[in-house]
Design a protein around this ligand. Structure first.
Ligand code: ADP
Length: 231
């Protein structure tokens, strides 16, 4: 998918200063276009989460504007922790956003579970799943409302290398199928699976580059799996 899609959201000269006086964002300009897969990369404290909070409307910008050219978009959220309800099965966890929005399911849960390849686990409980599977459930929950933009805050922050690659492989597949993604990470290795990397430092956008020779997480995963055990 090309990056020539319409902008879903445009941040224009966005500043964010907290009451404490901390300047979290300083003149940030950022477009996320339909079909893109963008990594927001930078060290802890550089303002990545603040960008996500401003896009999601949880925190207002101090100055500048947040524009939704095609009208306000439906958002999906993936967090560092899968944050599943332990007392509810996989299908009920994925259904939660639909239920909260008083919408009808009409196959959306089954569809979302299929996209993360967990159809066979709809009736299982979170405690019966591996860490990677729980993340996939939380990704299905983010997809169930058919969002036009999925925001993921350090989705691999608590995962081992193998599971991180699985999650990135899934994000690449979802993006190949048309899902627009903006993920926040402080890991260069993870960022490079996106199609575009926006590097932040001290509340500013330092670079904004297309990824040349993008790595394919599925291939890297296969390479890790076939590496001989260290002697
Ligand atoms: P990142 O996600 O890159 O780690 P954040 O966006 O969370 O960075 O934070 C950017 C800066 O804003 C940091 O200096 C942080 O301490 C500060 N900050 C974040 N949230 C608040 C808040 N609610 N009040 C005051 N300062 C904050």
């Amino acid at each position: 998918m090309s990056s020539s899609g319409q902008p879903i959201v445009s941040l224009r000269n966005v500043d964010k200063t907290f009451e404490s006086g901390t300047v979290a964002l300083n003149d940030v300009n950022l477009d996320v276009r339909e079909g893109e897969f963008v990594s927001l990369l930078g060290p802890s404290g550089c303002g990545k989460s603040t960008v996500l909070r401003i896009i999601s409307g949880l925190s207002p910008a101090t100055a500048g504007s947040v524009v939704w050219p095609a009208g306000e978009a439906r958002l999906g959220f993936v967090f560092q922790e899968p944050t599943l309800m332990p007392w509810a099965d996989v299908a009920a966890n994925v259904r939660l956003p639909i239920k909260l929005g008083h919408k009808q399911d009409s196959g959306a849960v089954a569809n979302a579970l299929g996209r993360v390849r967990l159809s066979a686990f709809a009736r299982n409980y979170p405690r019966e799943l591996s860490g990677g599977m729980k993340m996939r459930v939380s990704i299905a929950r983010a997809l169930v409302t058919k969002p036009s933009l999925v925001l993921a805050d350090e989705p691999t922050g608590n995962l081992d290398t193998h599971t991180s690659l699985e999650v990135m492989a899934l994000f690449q597949e979802l993006n190949d199928a048309g899902t627009t993604l903006l993920i926040v990470t402080h890991e260069q290795d993870i960022a490079q699976y996106a199609r575009r990397i926006v590097v932040m430092r001290d509340g500013r956008v330092l670079r904004d580059d297309r990824v040349a020779n993008r790595r394919v997480a599925r291939a890297d995963l296969a390479a890790v799996a076939t590496e001989p055990e260290p002697a």
